[in-house]
Design a protein around this ligand. Structure first.
Ligand code: FAQ
Length: 316
């Protein structure tokens, strides 16, 4: 064995031992190239989702029904931008450049969550996103607080706290509508009917079609499979829907005593695949709006770079 090969073997053994002991892998630690690449893929997709996810909700800021609702929604949207910031910073610790990641998003070479390709047709959609989309995000992300990669795990702790607050505001918004006039209740029900199935798709393809799950779980990036988390989410939502006085649009939804879980009907995976291919209701609009925002924000990046250069000069 050459010295270099012996060194690589020793590094790998240290990496494997750290994973086995549930220790965190930190940016300066040795890690397999595939581990690094897979983390860049997942965290970049997650960061892109946070900033694209601003669009459907920001659509309602100017039309929020009261000053209180407007202030809450603006704070939530700012939180999502902040999540994007933590996550882009986390990917940078792996050696990726933010400009490259954004370029990949803008040219369709990196994905963002399927859920943000659906339109927000009424005010109740803001509530449905908070309750269901943030609810699904929390279910998926709480286990990521124990992800083996330190910077991602730590970013997740704060993100999950903020997402919990978002989920509560969505629930409270829907409760107010559900207890309101008949038209308001119908609007809440319609929003839940449209967001339920896309929310279940957020957890990714079924386990037997999930390309990355087995390896990601072996590396302790993911702690549970897509189907496990999807089931957990359904089990949480059913009693919450009952408390809201709303129904979930699935005639096959029923408690299974033997499994100790709710059974649910089949998911339309053809629709999911179409959305991933770029053919969802809002894919084109989301990307063109993102590109425009990026171009219009060029002066901010230039000013920040000029300030940083001057600041750096002053210090040296
Ligand atoms: N949409 O092998 P798997 C939020 C892709 S929450 C689009 O199972 P993996 C908060 C997947 O990338 C939303 N693509 O993949 C918020 C892969 O393609 P690739 C974001 C999807 O990684 C709330 C291929 O399918 N959250 O933004 C989706 O093991 C409200 C095969 O799939 C995260 O990103 C999908 N739904 O598991 C913001 C959480 N599902 O990369 C604003 C972190 C799968 O080979 C308002 N990510 N794909 O080209 C994860 O936990 C995982 O990456 C999964 C997918 C679970 C999403």
């Amino acid at each position: 064995m050459t010295t270099m090969a012996a060194d690589a073997g020793a590094y790998e053994a240290v990496f494997d031992a750290a994973l086995a002991a549930d220790e965190r892998i930190e940016p300066r630690d040795w890690m397999p190239d595939e581990y690094r690449t897979s983390l860049i893929r997942q965290i970049a997709q997650h960061a892109h989702s946070e900033i694209i996810g601003i669009q459907p909700e920001a659509n309602w800021i100017t039309r929020a029904p009261s000053l209180r609702r407007k202030a809450i929604l603006m704070a939530k949207v700012q939180d999502e931008a902040g999540h994007g910031l933590y996550l882009y910073s986390a990917v940078e610790t792996l050696g990726a450049r933010r400009e490259d990641l954004l370029d990949k998003l803008h040219t369709g070479r990196q994905k963002y969550s399927s859920i943000f390709n659906y339109p927000t047709l009424t005010w109740a959609d803001v509530g449905a996103i908070g309750w269901l989309v943030d609810g699904a995000a929390i279910t998926n992300q709480v286990p990521l607080c124990r992800c083996s990669y330190g910077p991602y795990a730590r970013a997740m702790v704060r993100i999950c706290k903020e997402e919990s607050f978002h989920q509560r505001q969505g629930y409270e918004l829907l409760l107010a509508l559900s207890r309101g006039t008949e038209a308001q209740r119908a609007m809440a029900q319609d929003a839940v009917d449209r967001w339920w199935w896309p929310s279940l798709m957020m957890f990714g393809p079924p386990d037997d079609e999930s390309a990355h799950s087995a390896q990601s779980m072996a590396w302790k990036i993911k702690r549970h499979s897509n189907d496990e988390l999807r089931q957990r989410f359904v089990d949480i939502c059913v009693p919450q829907a009952e408390s809201l006085g709303l129904t979930l649009p699935d005639p096959e939804l029923r408690w299974n005593e033997e499994r100790g879980h709710y059974d649910f009907g089949p998911i339309d995976w053809a629709e999911f695949r179409e959305v991933l291919r770029g053919n969802g209701p809002c894919n084109a609009q989301r990307i063109s709006q993102r590109r425009r925002a990026h171009e219009e924000g060029a002066w901010v990046r230039e000013a920040a770079a000029a300030y940083a250069a001057k600041h750096g000069e002053a210090r040296s």
